[in-house]
Every structure is written in C-alpha cells, then in structure tokens.
Design a protein around this ligand. Structure first.
Ligand code: OGA
Ligand code: MN
Length: 286
C-alpha cells in the first residue's frame, strides 16, 4: 500500500503535523504520489492546518507536480518568480535588506474574492540561525472564544485589502523593491468573520491584522476595538507552533484555518524560500 510508510505526528496541541515516510520527488513520476497518499495528505492538511516535511530537496518541476495534486497554481501578483517558473514565487531576503516578506501575523491572499487555499513553501537557503516561521490555528482560537464574543462575531463581515501592504504607499516598497509597489494589482474583498472550513466544516475566525481594514457597517472605533480584542485572543491563546527550517524543509499551510508570521531575526544573512500557492474555493459563512 502506498500509504503504508506515511507517518503523521502532531507538532503541537493545536496546530501542525510532521509528515514522514514520503519522498515528494515521486510527485513528478507517472501516476504521481497515488490517490491514497494524496487523500491522506489532504485530510491531514485540513485537520492540522499545516504539514511539515523534511529533507525534500526536490526540483522546481517536482515542487509544481506536488502542488498540482491538490489544486491549480495561483500566481502571486506581487512577488518575483523563480527564473523560468512563473508559478513559483521567490520569498527572498538579501543580507542587506531590512524588511522581510511575511513578517507579522497574517493569512495570505485574504484580499482576493476567492482567496488562495494555501501555500507550499520550500526552504532553499536558510540563515545559520533564526528565520523560523510561526503558525497558529484560527479554529482553536474560535473554539476558545468566550460566548459573548462568539455571539458578537456571528453574521459579521469584514473588509480586506492589499493596498496598504502591496500598493505604492507600502512602507516596505523601497526596501523589498519591485516585488511590492504594484499598485495596479491591488484590490479588496469582503468575507464573513467566521467561515466554515471547506472540507471539515470547522468554524474558523477569518480576520487578520495584515489585510483586514474594518468590520462592514461598523465605525472605525467600534471596528478597531473588536478586532484588537480578537487579535489579542488569537495571538495569546497558545494556539501556535514555531517551525525551524533546514534546507529541503517544506511547510504546506491552509490559509482558511491558520495564520503565519516569519521571524526577521537574521540581519546580514540570506534566506531564500520557493513558494507555490494553490487556488481556493468560494468561502462560506459558518
Ligand atoms: C509567505 C510567508 C513566511 C516565511 O510566503 O506567504 O509569509 O517564513 N512566508 O517565509
Ligand atoms: Mn504569508
């Protein structure tokens, strides 16, 4: 059986799992990883929010083939791509750069009407120390909300936008260069504050400090007060796991059910990751 050696072990109480006993290079072979293995990975991804694989020094073609087992590739509008591979975004910090991509808690692409389903990030060059990525579960965060807050967020919607992060006025535009400041590509969307996971149906808090600009129909003051309370609950509740990279490590995260944040604690060192993002499905309110 193809799944006989596949081992999935939780990384922490609320988020993440380590997947071992699999060689993702097989993704590009005829027949790929096989339906049974793909189904097991898909189910674990939905259950744990982020999957970690080690020692997968796969080629760009194998990376693409692995991603395409799950959905079509969503091409990032703001990041430079890897030469010759428009579907692979470069998540790069050069030694002389101050800002990093993905520093600060967020979920990717929530400013799109149909946000990307998730990303498969592969470490190509890692700093000698630092450069971890922090993940947390917004499903566990929803479950642990006090009842009054659960009532408050029911049926609310939030505005999401990319303009302040990726537009011309982005505070990172100069330092990070041509990957940001793409004003033509910026946009926004409205999503329910509590969504249902498209596969498990689990209720998830779907707001994040990077891209949410306000609660629909609320004043800025009311909106900021609620969002600050929610963000504090999400970040401080112990729903997190911090992942330490090695070259060849992969993190495959679910944008519906997790937040992530990249540590920027390796000044003067280079860090290069290859990211493939895959398309999502329309979100529905819980
Ligand atoms: C991303 C991101 C985190 C990291 O690629 O979306 O936030 O650790 N990256 O590089
Ligand atoms: Mn990100």
């Amino acid at each position: 059986m193809t799944t006989a050696q596949l081992t999935i072990e939780p990384a922490s109480e609320h988020v993440g799992a380590f997947v071992s006993g699999i060689d993702l290079a097989r993704s590009a072979e005829p027949g790929g990883l096989g339906d049974e293995t793909v189904a097991a990975i898909r189910a674990a991804w939905a259950k744990y929010g982020v999957l970690f694989f080690r020692d997968q020094n796969i080629s760009p073609e194998q990376h693409i083939a692995f991603a395409e087992h799950f959905a079509a590739i969503d091409i990032n509008k703001f990041f430079a791509s890897v030469d010759g591979y428009p579907g692979i975004a470069q998540v790069l910090k050069e030694p002389d750069q101050e800002h990093n991509i993905g520093g600060g808690w967020h979920t990717d692409h929530t400013y799109d009407p149909i946000p990307a389903r998730g990303s498969i990030l592969l470490a190509r060059e890692t700093p000698a120390t630092g450069g971890d990525t922090h993940f947390l579960s917004v499903g566990a965060a929803y479950d642990a909300l006090p009842d009054d807050l659960k009532k408050t967020v029911e049926n609310l919607e939030a505005h999401h936008s990319s303009a302040h992060v990726f537009g011309a006025q982005s505070k990172h535009a100069e330092d990070i260069g041509d990957r940001f400041g793409n004003s033509e590509a910026v946009g926004g969307a409205t999503h329910p504050v509590v969504i249902q996971h498209p596969e498990t149906g689990r209720k998830l808090l779907y707001v994040n400090a990077a891209f949410v600009t306000g609660i629909v129909g609320w004043s800025t003051e009311e909106s900021d007060e609620l969002l600050t309370r929610l963000y504090q609950h999400i970040v401080e509740g112990g729903f997190d796991y911090r992942y330490q990279w090695e070259v060849g490590s992969i993190a495959m995260w679910d944008n519906c059910s997790t937040w992530h944040s990249a540590y920027n604690d390796y000044p003067g060192q280079r860090r290069l990751m290859h990211r493939i993002t895959i398309e999502g499905v329309a979100l529905s309110a819980a």
